[in-house]
Design a protein around this ligand. Structure first.
Ligand code: NAD
Length: 500
């Protein structure tokens, strides 16, 4: 076990002192109307991290009203250039205060501190990207065949009040992915962070204020999914929900949104195939295929959890991935030497360990890991080591269901056509990987795989300019790329008769 706590930055300690964390509504930090709070725990040791206001339907009403007032009021007078300046200021502040943001996230959701800190570049790059986009949105003029001299053009108008509901596995990244395009296009937001990890979002709220984002433009209501989340999804004055989370919750959100037929974008789960051919650069593929799942302790939506390996190299390759997994340091998330932190919560620990038991009962063999860690200090946290199951068949539950833990299901295949069919045999379609030196095979697989992102000879690379999103039950809408902002605007067609 690694040494327990690295010292926390002064700013993080200050942020955590002073009672329960509050909701941000209309520019004011306020208690929940009910006065209720909930506790978040450090998944490395089970200790309390913070008390947080538990917002519910009344707080959501207040936040939506504040967002509506801002949308129709001062915010509507911000020009693209003004919103760009705000985003650039925000990006500067995020860069400057990133160590504190990373610590809060690590304390609460257990990502290794080195990983959390490494997200600085992508958060800053993303805010800069949205800042650029703020002045790049435009409509078009259209040649029409209407009678007379009718002149037609389109304008893009912000969709209005956006409800953003996010998970716990990368809260700050998720918040930026949703608030960035809203600010760029002139929308206002009510953000509902996950009840497992709200703190980095609340600190981000302070930075939004410091950047000069006007009151009510971004509101943050912490609380449960069944309370605050469901109220936001059903609210009649919310114009759009952008949701990231499980497909089960996604289905509820689709139902809840029916009342006012609000627009939706859904980033949901996955069971992504990562397909390794015998002709691949195996030295490169081994660590990448391991970290495609073990990174963030497997709590990544696009993790390459179904590892298809060509039969000729299957046993040797899978053993090398397992050896890589055995060599990773599992430990306290705040320790800079830790590579694999704890799972986010006791519930997630229960879920992942139940799948470890299911895998064994189905006849798969764990080549590494396979059991929760309980020695010494591990017992106080939610630690599951990197696990590689071999001998997995397509119809086993560990090959079909999203585990969201550090668990690889390794599967042998014989040829490209078969790998394609079996890789696509899933309800999901988020990510997919292909490892080969054969350009023809790479193209064939990349085009044939039914997934929103296909990575060839790499995995889980993200960029604000490259679209990300799902096929099938992994959801719809795209985050990143040009299309992302289109989801936050309405296109209005205007025709002006200029002749008699
Ligand atoms: P979750 O669906 O349980 O919760 C996500 C959010 O929805 C939380 O804020 C939760 O409070 C809220 N929520 C729960 N019930 C709700 C309801 N009835 N109405 C409205 N909101 C509700 O997911 P999770 O456990 O937080 O995250 C893990 C899941 O998220 C995995 O399935 C993972 O694949 C997915 N995920 C997807 C992406 C992506 O980009 N596709 C990224 C990260 C995570």
């Amino acid at each position: 076990m690694n040494t327990p706590h690295a010292p926390q930055a002064v700013v993080t300690q200050a942020f955590l002192q002073g009672g329960a964390k509050r909701l941000l509504i209309g520019g004011e930090w306020t208690e929940a109307a009910s006065g209720r709070t909930f506790v978040t725990l450090n998944p490395s040791n089970g200790e309390q991290v913070a008390l947080i206001a538990e917002g519910d339907v009344i707080d959501i009403d207040r936040a939506v009203a504040a967002a509506r007032a801002a949308f129709e009021g001062p915010w509507s007078r911000f020009k693209p250039f003004d919103r760009q300046r705000l985003l650039l200021k925000l990006s500067e502040l995020v860069e400057q205060h990133f160590d504190g943001l990373a610590e809060l996230e690590t304390l609460e959701m257990g990502a290794p501190i080195t990983r959390s800190r490494n997200l600085r570049r992508s958060c800053v790059a993303r805010l800069n990207h949205y800042a650029g986009m703020a002045t790049a949105m435009h409509g078009e003029t259209i040649e029409n065949s209407m009678p007379g001299n009718a002149f037609s053009f389109t304008v893009k108008e912000p969709v209005g009040v956006v409800g953003a509901i996010i998970p716990w596995n990368a809260p700050l990244v998720e918040a930026i992915w949703k608030i960035g395009p809203a600010l760029a296009t002139g929308c206002t937001v009510v953000l509902k962070p996950s009840e497992e990890a709200s703190l980095s979002c609340l600190r981000f709220g302070e930075l939004l204020q410091e950047a000069g984002v006007p009151p009510g433009v971004v509101n943050i209501v912490t609380g449960s999914g069944a309370g605050a989340g469901a109220a936001l999804a059903a609210h009649m004055d919310v114009d759009k929900i952008t949701f990231t989370g499980s497909h089960f919750t996604g289905q509820r959100i689709v139902q809840a949104s029916a009342g006012n037929l609000k627009r939706l974008s859904l980033e949901l789960g996955g069971k992504s195939p990562n397909i390794v051919f015998a002709d691949a650069d195996l030295d490169q593929a081994v660590p990448a295929c391991a970290m495609a799942v073990f990174g963030n302790t497997g709590q990544v939506c696009s993790a390459g959890t179904r590892l298809f390996v060509e039969r000729a190299i299957h046993d040797e390759f899978v053993e090398r991935v397992a050896a890589y997994g055995r060599g990773l340091r599992v430990g306290q998330a705040m320790d800079p030497d830790t590579q694999i932190g704890p799972l986010v919560s006791a519930a997630q620990l229960e879920r992942v360990t139940s799948y470890l038991a299911i895998g064994r009962a189905e006849g798969a063999q764990p080549l590494c890991g396979g059991e929760r860690l309980t020695e010494g200090d591990y017992l106080k946290g939610n630690f599951v080591p990197p696990t590689v199951f071999s001998g997995v068949q397509d119809d086993m539950r560990i090959a079909k269901e999203e585990i969201f833990g550090p668990v690889i299901s390794a599967i042998a295949f014989d040829n490209a056509g078969e790998a394609l069919v079996r890789g696509n045999a899933t309800i999901y379609g988020l990510g997919a990987g292909v490892w080969t030196r054969d350009i023809n095979k790479a193209h064939r697989l990349a085009r044939g795989l039914r997934a929103g992102s296909v990575w060839v000879n790499c995995y889980n690379l993200f960029d604000p300019a490259v679209p990300f999103g799902g096929y099938k039950m992994s959801g719809y809408g795209r985050e990143s790329g040009l299309q992302h902002l289109e989801d936050y605007v309405n296109v209005k067609a205007i025709t002006i008769q200029t002749g008699e």
